[in-house]
Design a protein around this ligand. Structure first.
Ligand code: SF4
Ligand code: SF4
Length: 243
């Protein structure tokens, strides 16, 4: 059986909804600005995507405190656990077969000044042909829109890779108009620009930080999530499933 098929079957068995294969070499220079020359030993990556519950995402549109806290627990604990155990298993399989494999878990902020993780899962998923990076700065699949969470496994395993997908946001401004902090600038993805050219991470962070003070709660990694909930990609699917 081809390695791609073996890995995809394993990913589905671990609970992932999408598995793709990316060529990282065109991005090594950009990525090494974040994580250093470490990245150069990994010419490829497996991109893994899990879809979020429409019911949970739909519930945050009213921005009620308890729904947002439920979204936080679901997104950052339940889904992260699935992501991290799944990547560890697949990386072990690759290493057991003689290749290098570095499982990069769900997006924990490693570089606080940029609110960024070790590598950009979004860039990997785009290079793996699974979707595009939207004006909201999030990764979108054609079917689920931004209602997804990502992880990646860096590797030198010799699989076939896909081609990047271009943005389908076009003239849409829905997330920009909905964002309560003004963080979303309305710019299309450009692989030569940093994420902060599209979304100001400090505005997003500060908005929720102030709200947490008003609510008198102390939790990390909580977001308002409107830019996930309002996007017509994924929202259409959620509405259709509810009818
Ligand atoms: S999470 Fe909320 S504040 Fe942050 S970018 Fe999205 S809509 Fe704006
Ligand atoms: S709401 Fe519109 S502009 Fe924003 S990410 Fe979705 S499709 Fe793109």
């Amino acid at each position: 059986m081809h390695l791609e098929k073996q890995l995809t079957d394993m990913a589905f068995a671990c609970g992932w909804d999408y598995c793709g294969f990316a060529d990282l070499t065109p991005y090594h220079s950009y990525m090494s600005d974040f994580c250093g020359p470490f990245i150069n030993q990994f010419p490829r990556a497996v991109s893994l995507i899990i879809r979020l519950s429409n019911a949970v995402v739909d519930s945050i549109e009213e921005q009620e405190r308890d729904k947002i806290l439920s979204f936080h627990n679901y997104n950052y604990y339940a889904i992260d656990y699935l992501q991290n155990t799944g990547t560890a298993r697949i990386a072990n399989y690759l290493e057991g077969n003689g290749w290098r494999a570095y499982p990069v878990p769900a997006s924990y902020g490693v570089y606080q000044e940029r609110l960024a993780a070790l590598i950009s899962h979004k860039l990997v998923a785009r290079a793996a042909g699974l979707g595009w990076i939207g004006k909201n700065g999030l990764f979108l699949t054609p079917r689920e829109g931004p209602r997804v969470r990502l992880a990646s496994i860096l590797t030198d395993a010799p699989f076939e890779t896909a081609q990047p997908v271009e943005s389908a946001c076009h003239n849409c401004q829905i997330c920009q108009l909905a964002c309560p902090s003004g963080a979303i600038k309305g710019r299309e993805f450009n692989e030569r620009e940093a994420d902060c050219e599209r979304v100001d991470p400090a505005k997003c962070f500060n908005f929720m930080d102030n709200r947490k003070k008003e609510w008198d709660i102390e939790i990390e990694r909580c977001v308002c999530g409107l830019c996930v909930a309002v996007c017509p990609f994924g929202k259409r699917l959620g509405s259709r499933q509810q009818r």
